[in-house]
Design a protein around this ligand. Sequence first.
Ligand SMILES: [Zn+2]
Length: 466
Amino acid sequence: MAASATHDGAGTRTVIENCAIATVDANDTEYASGHVVVAGNRIESVGAGKAPEGLQNVGRRVDGTGHLLTPGLINTHHHFYQWISRGLATDHNLFDWLVALYPTWARIDEPMVRAAAQGSLAMMARGGVTTAMDHHYVYPRGSGDLSGAVIGAARETGVRFTLARGSMDRGEKDGGLPPDFAVESLEDALAATEETVKQHHDASFDAMTQVAIAPCSPFSVSTDLMRQGAELARRLGVRLHTHGSETVEEEKFCHELFGMGPTDYFESTGWLGDDVWMAHCVHMNDSDIAAFARTGTGVAHCPSSNARLAAGIARVPDLLAAGVPVGLGVDGTASNESGELHTELRNALLINRLGAHKEAALNARQALRLGTYGGAQVLGRASQIGSLEPGKLADLVLWKVDGIGHASIADPVTALVLGAAAPVTLSLVNGEPVVENGRLLHVDEDAVARATRDEAQRLARIAAGS
Ligand SMILES: [Zn+2]
């Protein structure tokens, strides 16, 4: 046990005790009443009962009575810019929704993207997300430093962050959906992506900012960009991300254009591997799932967005049974207006129970695992985050489960997953508090709310005049 009586130089300690703990380790170890000791930015010890006595350099002691402590939630698919285009085209399927919204999205600029990122990140962080991601793929000509704006907003909020630097080079004139002025050339997209990786990607164990290479989707990107994007990622040693197998329309598009389904197309362009994760993966047959399992390709399951766009139900129980890494994503808030990851824990469970496996599809603990350890796996960071274990980074959330919304549910994990969004009493990222008593510590929520409203109105005005 780490009950060393002398300060070992690991940094100031934070002790959290008297709370239920779901570690989400390999054995799903839980404690009805336990403790976690954080030293610097790492978890030093986790166990039953009170923290060890005689700890030195304890800067803070938190009484977690009435709370559940879990790893912080990890979001694996999002589009921050959509925060200022929510609630539109609500009766559309994916392709019609994209066609309806691209003319608006093509007008975004740096101040809009900054405000949208601040709004998205604030909503994530105050709901228990400790690692956020943004798949940003709309870079209209002359729109400013959009990647820098998003990364800056993540730093301000205090969460760990992956920017999936997206791109599109298949505009309307090439049979794609986006307007031509909203897409980049192949050369520009690759050069800007490489520059973003070199400028911002941190490969260290406790990195706060990472960059992945993320062409948008098979139907908005040329085969050359898919292939060369994969080659670039492997040359630079970063991960790959895209949308895949989201709808029947996409499957049809791939058959018509490439003579094969999406998974075979991904394989043919170098896009299956343990350094790749894909959003959605709804329309997968058994051999597609086997190909993901064989190659270690990960999936970002986005149940609310899939329902909002009538895309279908991803086969999560089959993916998990095959050994495919699966995390959760909110997806962009133009197709999931709430923007909260907690909702995805609940909806992953509920929606999969409407699928083939019915009540055996997912349980509450599997849903929590998708939102924590599963997310760490698909981001390639399972050795660093995603579970409460000594040596891992101190990204953790203390959820209040003794209030009106949860007190009558005996099992705290069930209360967290199936109950209303539990209040976040304390969220630590890298050992540092980011949320206390439901409020963000580093961001003025009211100012962010005003900025998002103002920028949403400015975008609507510009789009209406275009
Ligand atoms: Zn998406």
